[in-house]
Ligand binder design. Structure first.
Ligand code: HEM
Ligand code: HEM
Length: 185
C-alpha cells in the first residue's frame, strides 16, 4: 500500500506483553499435548505459572488502561450491553480488549494459575494420588480445550467486525488510530 494511503497506527501492546502472551500459549498448548505428565510437562507448567502470575501482576500494577484489569474489565451490566451490541453487529471498536474479550482473558489466566498450582501440589509426596487435587488439575487443564477455541473465535469475530487483524496486532503491537465512535480502552 502506498505510504500516503496507509492508515496511521498507534502502539498498543508492548513487546514483553506480546511475547509473554505467545510464550504462555505455547507452554499451555504443549502441556496439553504432553498430558501424560513428565519432566517437560511439569517444567512448561511451571513456566506457564510464572508467565500467568507476571501478567496478573501487570494487570494489578501497570499504568496503561488496556493492560490494567480495572481499566478494561467491565461489570456485568456493561458486559451484557456489549454482548448485545456484538449480537446486533454494532459493537464499537475498542483500542484494547472489548468487555467479552476481557472476561475471556480473566478466565484463561485463572485457569492457568489453578491448573499449574494444582499440578504442582499433586506432585508433592503428601498429595500424590489425591483424587481431589488430581480432579481439579484434570478439569482446569482440559478447560483450555473449550476456552482456547472460544478465545480464537472471539478474536476472529472481532477482527471481522472491526475490519482489523487482531492476530497481526498481537505480533506487531500496533493497531489503527482511534476514529470517531471508537472506545479509547
Ligand atoms: C492457551 C492458550 C492461550 C492463552 C492462555 C491466551 C491468553 C491470552 C491473554 C491473557 C490475552 C490478553 C493479552 C494481554 O492483555 O496481556 C490474550 C489476547 C489475545 N490472544 Fe490469546 N491466549 C492463548 C492462545 C491464543 C491463540 C492460539 C491465539 C491465536 C489466534 C491468540 C490470540 C490472541 C489475540 C489476537 C489477542 C488480543 C486480543 C485483542 O486484541 O483483544 N491467543 N490471550
Ligand atoms: C498450565 C499448565 C498445565 C496444564 C495445561 C496441564 C494439563 C494437564 C492435563 C490435561 C493432564 C491430564 C489429566 C487427565 O486427563 O488425566 C495433566 C496431568 C498431569 N499433570 Fe499437568 N498441566 C499443567 C501443569 C502441570 C504442573 C506445573 C505439574 C507439576 C509440577 C503437572 C503435573 C501433572 C501430572 C503429575 C499429571 C498426571 C500424569 C499422569 O500420571 O497421568 N502439570 N496435566
Amino acid at each position: 500500500m502506498p505510504e500516503a494511503t496507509r492508515k496511521p497506527e498507534v502502539s498498543v501492546w508492548s513487546p514483553v506483553l506480546r511475547w509473554g502472551h505467545w510464550a504462555l500459549a505455547a507452554c499451555i498448548l504443549t502441556c496439553l499435548l504432553l498430558h501424560e505428565g513428565g519432566t517437560w510437562h511439569e517444567g512448561l507448567g511451571y513456566a506457564a505459572l510464572a508467565l500467568a502470575a507476571w501478567r496478573v501482576a501487570l494487570g494489578v500494577f501497570a499504568k496503561a488502561h488496556h493492560v490494567r484489569f480495572t481499566g478494561f474489565v467491565r461489570g456485568p451490566v456493561a458486559t451484557w450491553a456489549s454482548a448485545r451490541a456484538v449480537w446486533a453487529g454494532n459493537e464499537p471498536r475498542h483500542l484494547g480488549h472489548n468487555p467479552l474479550g476481557a472476561w475471556m482473558i480473566v478466565a484463561l489466566l485463572l485457569a492457568a494459575v489453578v491448573t499449574a498450582c494444582s499440578g504442582a501440589i499433586y506432585t508433592t509426596d503428601y498429595f500424590w494420588g489425591n483424587n481431589l487435587v488430581y480432579g481439579i488439575h484434570r478439569i482446569a487443564g482440559w478447560s483450555f480445550a473449550v476456552l482456547v477455541p472460544l478465545h480464537i473465535g472471539g478474536v476472529v469475530l472481532t477482527s471481522l467486525m472491526q475490519r482489523e487483524n487482531l492476530l497481526l496486532a498481537m505480533f506487531t503491537g500496533r493497531k489503527r488510530q482511534p476514529e470517531s465512535g471508537d472506545r479509547p480502552l
